[in-house]
Design a binder for this molecule. Structure first.
Ligand code: ATP
Length: 377
């Protein structure tokens, strides 16, 4: 239908972006396809709809000059090929009509700039001006243009680079990594919603520590979640040390990700020790203590969710509860809990007991197992 419609309108049409990338990676079933028309994307969408059984409605987004068509459970997004130019203080570019090459130039990564022609005479022809196919083979995240320009134009791309690296287990090429480090402060102009979308995708990847480590190394994590980077480091007084709670946290997140796809449980693992930075004290008799860190940590969960504009709903309460109880697994099975606040919480943990156990297990593997004998039994 697409080929026919494009040929009838006498415009070039291409599938581009994530669909083409995932097609070559043989990665899962596509949920959406981006189609670029060298001409009007909206006209093309309308023409395709006319040809489809039942003539599904075309959703037009006038401001962006795009249109969306739902074909069975596939969302097809149509856009006219465009050229973009950016200003200092905004991620939103000035847009004008352009060629396919202009449209490929505005893409974030070479692996996302691959285009497959849809017109009948050249159906399936690959247009790959930046060597994206080779980068897919080499498992490399690389920008089509100068990385300095790409990341500074739209700083969200820094997070997207790290997210793709985490999802696909690809390496970010050194010039890109350097440009991200240099532009890290520009993340401040990206909306919290977009930051959270990428953060969630990192957390949902098979080994989230890949993305979290990159966020840390580039200086982005310090700006997005300073509560986590504050956990880094080992202090020593009178020959006594404590563990590095930042790198420990990354281990716990990886551990839990092997056990569950539950995003909120992964968030709980990420935040389970945040209360330790502000409660850290040294006591001459007993050494390092983090007294009350679980209470502090669960309060911090609220502050973090609020700052990142994450919904302050049951999911947040779930994360708070797990953060509060993760360091007190003994309390769950110990009927003789003296701490009344903990006792109250244990009482209403109920349905989340299994999730709590999963978190404690993920935490345990990096701690002294002796402390948990009672919990295990
Ligand atoms: P996924 O669906 O897994 O998130 P995707 O690549 O389809 O991956 P989208 O956010 O849907 O991601 O973007 C579609 C395409 O649009 C990308 O492949 C890329 O070519 C382009 N794109 C998206 N965001 C940007 C951006 N910030 N800068 C440049 N190009 C972008």
């Amino acid at each position: 239908f697409l080929s026919e419609a494009a040929d009838e309108l006498d415009i070039e049409a291409y599938a581009i972006g994530g669909f083409v990338r995932d097609f070559f990676l043989k990665r899962g079933k596509a949920q959406d396809i981006d189609v670029v028309a060298v001409g009007s994307g909206i006209e093309l969408a309308k023409k395709v709809s006319e040809k489809l059984p039942g003539k599904p409605p075309v959703k037009v987004f006038k401001t962006y000059g795009t249109a969306m068509l739902k074909v069975f459970d596939l969302e097809v997004e149509f856009v006219g090929a465009r050229k973009e130019s950016y200003s200092e203080d905004s991620r939103n570019p000035e847009v004008e009509r352009g060629s396919l090459k202009d449209d490929q130039n505005r893409r974030d990564f070479t692996i996302n700039a691959l285009a497959l022609q849809l017109n009948k005479s050249n159906f399936g022809k690959l247009l790959d001006p930046f060597g994206g196919l080779q980068d897919l083979k080499n498992q490399l995240i690389k920008t089509p243009l100068d990385p300095e320009v790409t990341y500074s134009d739209d700083p969200l791309r820094m997070l997207r680079a790290i997210r793709f690296s985490s999802q696909l287990n690809f390496v970010i090429e050194p010039q890109s990594l350097k440009a991200i480090q240099e532009n890290a402060t520009r993340i401040d102009i990206v909306s919290k919603e977009r930051i959270v979308t990428e953060l969630n995708k990192i957390l949902e990847s098979e080994k989230p520590s890949i993305g979290l480590k990159l966020l840390h190394d580039t200086g982005l994590l310090k700006r997005i979640l300073p509560e986590l980077t504050n956990l880094e480091g080992i202090d020593e007084i009178d020959g006594q040390k404590h563990k590095d709670n930042f790198w420990h946290t990354l281990e716990v997140v990886d551990n839990i990700s092997k056990e569950t796809n539950n995003l909120w449980l992964r968030w709980a693992a990420l935040l389970h020790d945040v209360g330790k930075a502000p409660t850290k004290r040294f006591n001459k008799k007993i050494g390092w203590t983090f007294h009350g860190h679980e209470f502090k940590g669960s309060k911090m969960v609220y502050q973090i969710f609020k700052r990142l504009k994450l919904p302050l709903n049951d999911k947040m309460k779930f994360v708070q509860k797990l953060v509060l109880l993760s360091s007190r697994p003994i309390a769950i099975v110990d009927e003789d809990v003296t701490d009344s606040a903990v006792r109250r919480l244990v009482h209403d943990t109920g349905e989340h007991l299994e999730d709590l156990m999963t978190l404690c297990e993920a935490d345990i593997t990096t701690k002294n197992p002796k402390r948990y004998t009672k919990y295990h039994n």
